[in-house]
Design a protein around this ligand. Structure first.
Ligand SMILES: Nc1nc2c(c(=O)[nH]1)N[C@H]1C(S)=C(S)[C@@H](COP(=O)(O)O)O[C@H]1N2
Ligand SMILES: [Mo]
Length: 217
């Protein structure tokens, strides 16, 4: 027991020295569940759709089957929750938004500058466009080789992680990935989402420890 604790402490110190653990975070081996409100339960996905709308040349609506046929990617992320836990080397698979744009499946209008993720029960989260187009954002259907569990976002969630050993300007806390994701809207103006309106930082950069909203600038 105590040895485990010392081990974890040592790993945490190493990670901090490597520059892999952002300021104020500690490591966990568990996978905590964190969200506001209820977990939606899907008995079947026949009515489920995923929609791309707003400042796009053409709106898109994909059924579950169609979504599963999109070009897929597997990624490994370190994830960082604003409440202080970090988990290293989490393995996800799903679809990169950038791939859909590069392959012409989504055509953005030039005025598009922000992306709003829309989830079940009205949860939203917002980022600048370049953040969801970066390699550290994934539309994930699987975690660690298996479909997402209901509490982690089944059937589809946004995952906002950091690529181990890399620091990107686009690295954000995990709340910038919406669970039970149903749509992404592209906008010209920014629109603070659920946690952003509840007092969390609009920008949420993990390396600058942007946790809370510091008032109007
Ligand atoms: N729909 C929805 N997505 C959400 C949240 C939420 O409240 N609702 N919370 C966010 C927060 S704060 C975190 S840390 C992660 C947690 O993901 P996990 O429960 O899979 O660890 O989900 C994010 N996505
Ligand atoms: Mo979080």
């Amino acid at each position: 027991m105590f040895e485990n604790f010392l081990n974890r402490r040592r790993k945490e110190e190493e990670a901090r020295e490597d520059g892999r653990l952002p300021p104020g975070q500690s490591l966990t081996q568990k996978f905590p569940v964190l969200h506001y409100g209820a977990v939606p339960i899907y008995n079947d996905l026949s009515q489920w759709t995923f929609r791309i709308f707003g400042l796009v040349e053409q709106e898109r609506v994909w059924t579950w089957e169609e979504f599963c046929a999109l070009p897929r990617t597997e990624v490994v992320y370190d994830i960082h929750c604003v409440t202080g836990w970090s988990k290293f080397d989490t393995r996800w698979s799903g679809v990169h938004l950038k791939t859909l744009i590069d392959s012409g499946l989504i055509k953005l209008r030039p005025e598009a500058r922000y992306a709003i993720q829309h989830c079940e029960f009205g949860y939203t989260t917002n980022t600048p466009l370049e953040v969801v187009l970066a390699s550290n954002f994934l539309l994930a259907t699987h975690y660690d080789g298996a479909p997402l569990t209901p509490e982690h976002g089944y059937p589809l969630r946004g995952v906002m992680g950091a690529i181990p050993g890399q620091r990107q300007e686009s690295d954000r806390y995990l709340w910038k990935g919406g669970k039970w994701l149903r749509a992404i809207e592209f906008t010209a103006e920014d629109r603070p989402g659920f946690w952003e309106q509840a007092g969390y930082s609009n920008t949420a950069n993990i390396w600058r420890e942007e946790r809370y909203w510091r008032g109007l600038r």
